[in-house]
Write a protein that binds this ligand. Sequence first.
Ligand code: WT7
Length: 634
Amino acid sequence: MADEKKMVGDVYFPAPEVIANAHIKDYEKVHAEALADLPGFWGKIATENFEWYQPWETVLDESNAPFYKWFVGAKVNIIHNALDRHMRTAVRNKAALLFEGEKGDTRVYTYQQLNYEVSKFASVLRSLGVQKGDRVTIYMGRIPELMIAMLACAKIGAMHSVVYGGFSTEALHGRIEDSASKVLVTADGAWLRGSIVPLKQIANEALERAGTIQSVVTVKRTGQEVEMVSGRDHWYHDLMALPIADPKAPTEVMDAEDPLYILYTSGTTGKPKAILHTHGGYMVGTATTLKWVFDIKADDIWWCAADPGWVTGHSYIVYAPLILGATSFMYEGAPTHPYPDRWWSMVAKYGITILYTAPTAIRGLMRFGESWPNRHDLSSLRLLGSVGEPINPEAWKWYHRVIGKEKCPIMDTWWQTETGHFMITPLPCVPLKPGSGTRGFPGVDLDVVDEDGEPVAANEEGFLVIKNPWPGMLRTILGDPDRYVQQYWTRFQEQGWYLPGDSAKKDEDGYIWVIGRIDDVIKVSGYRLGTAEIESALVSHEAVAEAACIGVPDELKGNIIKAYCILRQGFEGSEKLEMALRDHVGHEMGPIAKPATIDFVDSLPKTRSGKIMRRVLKAQALGQELGDLSTLAD
Ligand code: WT7
């Protein structure tokens, strides 16, 4: 900020001691240097902060864009940097993970202990026939074994494909089938709000529909009876007790560009896409963004309250904190169990210094009033974070005042499954405006443009675009490179820009205000859902002939799902059927995908080529102008 006094709107300037302590003290300078020489910038960071088995020949290869390559020719494994190298230093004896279960059980893993478990499970996976390049699906609650399983896959060069534990039968089945996974790692159940999510039972049902899984490894968490299929299913603790579980398992040497994992996410049309990330660039990008944005220091207790089943957890629970040698906290259950102060009690109990969560969680906890957080000593907190959807200024201010006691800057980080790490974000030294993610992370060149790619005027809405590559970027969609090009790089092909699929505004100070998705993606409580997947869950019910879904704004959840169904002959719309359909979607996709309301209709607005015009449904639902209807069939 050249001249801070000229900044427009509600501005929160960082305290001098926050800047004095921060890793990066001058955003403008670092950003300008990075833009001037992007390979030089990332090459220097990669040399100084990470260990490589063999150095690269080229930092950034753009010859086959948009199939960009980073650190070409280098040999590395992200696990070498997240675990192996710490065994040689005092970090070995430090807590990597503090865990608390919903029922109050606690565990601590030092780096040494975590490495021991990961190595053992890596050799278990190898003995089940998992090889470099294979896929392993992981379907679990928020427990340390989830992290151990992911790290074990990375160690042996297998790609993990984590399916969020809140998803259900068909969502799991579709992702197993698409990835052709050999092994499924799951748990008997997960604790949530005092009850059991029956993960193994759901997995069994999903596996009745899918054929590629040869072995299932089940962690005992909730302890109820579950059905085990002999020859296919094993208990985690049984396998880990065998001599094959070798704590000295070697780490696979990988090319920097070898796949690390896939993670399914919803896009414009059709089935979820397998976003692919790699070992080298992702390692450099995630760790550097976490270090600079959340200013991680040796004595911090970092709590990313997301689920490891989403990219936030992949990057900022599992990989980046370990690479930095940080101490993380993980909590299994619901924020309000048994009382609405559960989170705040744990902040005090563990002395959490940095809390990173989603606006929907903040709004949810805000509802219960200030007395719940005020009962606890939250003075250990020094930084706060937000992610997943735009944060409304009221929630921002509550978070800042009630939780952060007006001394904790809030890092509102915009990024995506595809980007791998933060893209639009403040650093602690950057002045904040509630509701804006501020500017690009150093080296990220972005803009807000119109249909033709021309920058729009200040405070006008347009397409958010990213103009240059970054190390943690997705490399492709596994099995569908054409879709990768089509989805992200075709809209502004001439300019070579990446299209995230969000609309945004840029204000007079160059601050970005993300508005929301411009495609058929609905963000419910920060969870990214595709209309296509919900609609196909609806039509898989015998009563439904056709379905369409839209997102409508909701104060608590950001958006809720509104569905429209055309029924098959012989079925009639009723409250009972509405309930049955909601349950059916819950069973197939998961509770988060349940429509809030279902309207039974005789027809749906469609284009002449038969595409449902969800835009028209949405305008109608919100009582807005219907806009251009020239393509409507009738
Ligand atoms: C979409 C990506 C990034 C990890 C979690 C979500 C929305 C994300 C913000 C933010 C406004 C945000 C965008 C984006 N989004 N963070 N700070 N402000 N919107 O990853 O599930 O891939 O979703 O989430 O719409 O495109 P994801």
